[in-house]
Design a protein around this ligand. Structure first.
Ligand code: SAM
Ligand code: SF4
Length: 280
């Protein structure tokens, strides 16, 4: 599938729910998150049908996301069905990890290729402040469980907020002893993110460079489906990556479309343009 700007589109990100068991300050308000009713969100059969049609049109990679995808009941069943679709080469999930420990085995059985876990800090008080919930330990249990499955690639996403207690070096150090890539995502001015300043990639280099060994640009095989650029760090098992949508715009290389939980196909994260597929 080639879009109007000549970009090859082969990747769809599907929000399977708008609900979440956390309330990260840059993503959702504390109160008043309007919960879409079950009838309004796409059923598994509808998601499968859309994915079959997308695969016939050149989509090869699917990401399940949200809200928090693991709060959607029977998610591994959906994952297994999508993985079976001819033409789908990769099925990945991005999750906050809170429900991951109990579900990992089922996700592995479903054939999930890669899991990304969001972890903004290893400090309990800071985690409570960012997520407005007390679930850090369950996320860490999810990461420990995930490390038991070497066949499933594992990444950590961390959004720097510019607060020292977040201790970004401590998060980055997870990649030293574990086979996990740690990626720092620049705060995007979307949703509640508009109220935060975030930390630019250049500033991050300064912060990480104070405590971590030498960085050198990674030039091997692509490590994922997106715009993250990675670095090797001396002595580290995993890589350190940066997704810098604001300071290093990557719209020219965009390869993705998005399906909302209600079936609206969005061509860009930043704009409302798209089409309601249920209506179609
Ligand atoms: N709930 C899951 C999670 O947190 O991983 C999946 C959905 S969440 C919206 C996907 C990713 O987007 C997370 O890594 C989260 O930190 C990131 N994110 C949310 N709002 C953001 C913003 N304003 N700027 C940058 N990243 C953001
Ligand atoms: Fe939930 Fe993910 Fe948003 Fe945090 S970033 S509130 S975990 S959807």
């Amino acid at each position: 599938m080639i879009d109007g700007y000549g970009r090859t589109i082969d990747y769809v990100r599907i929000s399977v729910t708008d609900r979440c068991n956390l309330r990260c300050v840059y993503c959702m308000p504390e109160e008043g998150v309007c919960s879409i009713s079950h009838e309004e969100i796409l059923r598994f059969g509808e998601i499968e049908r859309v994915c079959q049609i997308l695969a016939e049109n050149g989509i090869q990679k699917i990401k399940l996301t949200g809200g928090e995808p693991l709060v959607r009941r029977r998610l591994p069943e959906l994952a297994a069905a999508l993985k079976q679709i001819p033409g789908i080469k990769s099925l990945t999930i991005t999750t906050n990890g809170v429900l991951l420990e109990e579900m990992y085995d089922a996700l592995a059985d479903a054939g999930v290729d890669s899991v990304t876990i969001s972890l903004d800090t290893l400090d309990e008080a800071c985690s409570r402040r960012i997520t407005r919930r007390d679930e850090l330990n369950r996320t860490l249990e999810g990461i420990s469980e995930a490390l038991k499955y070497p066949e499933i690639s594992l990444k950590i996403n961390c959004v720097p907020l510019g607060i020292p207690e977040q201790d970004l070096c401590r998060v980055a150090l997870l990649a030293r002893n574990h086979r996990v890539h740690v990626r720092f995502i620049e705060m995007m001015p979307i949703g509640m993110g508009k109220e935060f300043h975030g930390v630019s990639e250049e500033e991050l280099f300064g912060i990480l460079g104070e405590k971590l060994p030498r960085f050198s640009p990674y030039v091997g095989e692509p490590l994922g489906n997106g715009p993250c650029h990675y670095y090797d760090v001396d002595g580290f098992s995993g890589k350190i990556g940066f997704i810098s949508a604001v300071s290093h715009k990557f719209c020219g290389e965009c390869n993705r479309i998005r399906l909302t939980s209600q079936g609206f196909l969005k061509t860009c994260l930043q704009y409302a343009a798209g089409r309601d597929l249920r209506e179609v």
